[in-house]
Write a protein that binds this ligand. Structure first.
Ligand SMILES: [Zn+2]
Length: 102
């Protein structure tokens, strides 16, 4: 019987801001690189401790401005780093919102 692919495993992750569980592809991975700096991991392949956020500006704001990312990634995010992440998220999330034609 050709049932291949029906019960494919979809990896799921939890958004650190809203705690919703979503398929990994619907989330953006953030990774802590060696010096404690947080980077956006667009390929999801960077080594290091990772955290996930929805592609949703509200989640980014509460995750970055609060201390949830710091806590999850066990680091202290610098002001500069936070600004970098917010800037990135605004660019990326704005793009995906514009693409939606509802
Ligand atoms: Zn979220």
């Amino acid at each position: 019987m050709g049932r291949k692919g029906i019960s494919q495993y979809i990896p799921q992750r939890t958004c650190v801001a809203c705690r919703q569980v979503r398929p990994k592809r619907e989330l953006i991975r953030l990774v802590r690189i060696t010096n404690g700096i947080i980077e956006i991991d667009t390929d999801g392949k960077k080594p290091g401790r990772g955290a996930y956020l929805c592609k949703n500006l509200e989640c980014w704001e509460s995750g970055i401005k609060g201390n949830r990312l710091d806590y999850t990634l066990r680091t202290t995010i610098t002001k500069e780093n936070r600004e970098q992440l917010m800037k990135y998220s605004k660019d990326v999330l704005k793009e995906s919102k514009d693409g939606k034609n509802s």
